[in-house]
Design a binder for this molecule. Structure first.
Ligand SMILES: *Cc1c(COP(=O)(O)O)cnc(C)c1O
Length: 360
C-alpha cells in the first residue's frame, strides 16, 4: 500500500489514524454487529455518535450555548440559497465578492431579494482582500456575507469586515477548524466538511438562536428551514450518518493534537515553509498579495503554461498529487489542510527545488 501526498483542494486528505480506525470498525462498530453505514439514524448507537460529535465540535470551537450546531446535507451550495431564504427578512443583504464561491453565493441571493455587492477584488483576479473598514452598508440590510478563505484564489480574511452592527455570515468551508475562531463575531457560519474536516456529503451550520425563525421567506422548503433542523437536532430526515461519524473521529483527532491553537501553530509552520520557498524562488511565484495569503490553499505559477503542466505531471509521478490549479485560474495550488503532515510540505518544497534546478 502506498499513500501519496494529496494536495487536493477538496475532497481532501484526511488523518491516516482516522481512516485506520474507521477501517477497523467497518464491519462491527463497537459490538453493534454492523457498520455505521448500516444502522438506523434513530438508534441509540448513532444517537451517541452525533451527540458526541456535536459536543466535541462545541468544545474545539468553544461554541457558545446560544448557537445551534446543525449537521446537514447539500454542501455549501445549498447554504448559498438557505442563508437568504432564512435570513433575508428585509429582502436585502450585502455581499463581499472575493472569489468564485462568494460570487456564486451572491448570485444565488439575487433570486430571493436585493443582494448588494459591497466590495469586490475581481479587478485583480481575486488576488487580494478588499478594504472592508467602511463599506456602504445600509440600515435595511439583513446581514453581511463573506467567504472567509477563498479556496480557489488562496486568500483569507485575516481581519473581519466592519459590518456596522449587521450580522456577519461566513462560508468557512476551507478554513474550518484550521485555527481558533471567535464564533460570537458571527451570526452564522457554515462549511462543507470535505475541505478540512471529513468526507463530502456533510455541511455544518453554526447559527445564533435568534436567527432561527419561523418567518422565513415564503416558499422556503421545510427541509431548508433552519428551524426544522434545529428543532429536530439535525434528525428531521435521515442525516449523512457515515459522514458525521467520520467528522466525529476527526474532531477527536484534533483534540488529541492539542486542539485548534496547536493546529494554528502547525498550519502556520507548514504554510511558511512553502511561502518562504516561493518568495526566494527564481522559477515559482505566489499569486496572492502577501498580507492576504491563506495558510490552507497556496496557489503558485511559473509564468509559463507548458512548464506548469510539466511540473504537475512530474510531481504526480513523484507522489505529490492534485497540484493542478483550479480550472478557472490554471497554474498550481497546494492545499495543505490540517491532515497534511509537515513532512509532506517539506518534501514538496525539496521536489520544487530540484525541478527549479533542472529547468533553470
Ligand atoms: C468547495 C467550496 C464550496 C463549494 O462546496 P460544495 O460542497 O461543492 O457546494 C463553497 N465554498 C467554499 C469556500 C469552498 O471551498
Amino acid at each position: 500500500m502506498a499513500r501519496v501526498y494529496n494536495f487536493s483542494a477538496g475532497p481532501a486528505v484526511l488523518p491516516e489514524e482516522v481512516l485506520r480506525e474507521a477501517a477497523d470498525e467497518m464491519l462491527d462498530y463497537k459490538g453493534s454487529g454492523m457498520s455505521v453505514m448500516e444502522m438506523s439514524h434513530r438508534s441509540k448507537v448513532f444517537d451517541q455518535i452525533i451527540k458526541e460529535a456535536e459536543a466535541d465540535l462545541r468544545d474545539l470551537m468553544q461554541i457558545p450555548e446560544n448557537y445551534k450546531v446543525l449537521f446537514l446535507q447539500g454542501g455549501a451550495h445549498q447554504q448559498f440559497a438557505a442563508v437568504p431564504m432564512n435570513l433575508m427578512k428585509n429582502k436585502k443583504a450585502g455581499y463581499i465578492v472575493t472569489g468564485q464561491w462568494a460570487k456564486r453565493a451572491f448570485n444565488e441571493a439575487k433570486i430571493f431579494g436585493e443582494a448588494v455587492e459591497l466590495a469586490s477584488s475581481a479587478d485583480k483576479t481575486f488576488s487580494y482582500i478588499p478594504d472592508c473598514s467602511d463599506l456602504p452598508i445600509t440600515d435595511d440590510m439583513d446581514y453581511v456575507y463573506i467567504c472567509e478563505n477563498n479556496t480557489i484564489y488562496g486568500t483569507k480574511f485575516w481581519e473581519l469586515p466592519n459590518t456596522k452592527g449587521k450580522d456577519l455570515v461566513a462560508d468557512i468551508s476551507s478554513c474550518f477548524l484550521s485555527e481558533p475562531m471567535d464564533v460570537t463575531k458571527y451570526g452564522l457560519v457554515y462549511g462543507g466538511v470535505q475541505k478540512n474536516v471529513g468526507p463530502a456529503g456533510v455541511v455544518i451550520v453554526i447559527v445564533r438562536e435568534d436567527l432561527i425563525r419561523d418567518d422565513v421567506l415564503p416558499g422556503t422548503p421545510t427541509i431548508l428551514k433552519y428551524k426544522t433542523q434545529a428543532d429536530a437536532d439535525s434528525l428531521y430526515n435521515t442525516p449523512p450518518c457515515y459522514g458525521i461519524y467520520i467528522c466525529g473521529k476527526v474532531f477527536k483527532w484534533l483534540k488529541a493534537q492539542g486542539g485548534l491553537e496547536a493546529m494554528k501553530v502547525r498550519n502556520e509552520e507548514k504554510a511558511k515553509i512553502l511561502y518562504d520557498f516561493l518568495d526566494q524562488s527564481k522559477l515559482f511565484k505566489g499569486t496572492v498579495e502577501k498580507k492576504d495569503r491563506s495558510i490552507m490553499n497556496v496557489p503558485f505559477i511559473t509564468g509559463d503554461k507548458d512548464l506548469d503542466a510539466k511540473f504537475v505531471k512530474e510531481a504526480e509521478a513523484a507522489g505529490f498529487v492534485n497540484l493542478k490549479g483550479h480550472r478557472s485560474v490554471g497554474g498550481m495550488r497546494a492545499s495543505i489542510y490540517n491532515a497534511m503532515p509537515k513532512e509532506g510540505v517539506e518534501k514538496l518544497v525539496a521536489f520544487m527545488k530540484k525541478f527549479e534546478e533542472e529547468n533553470a
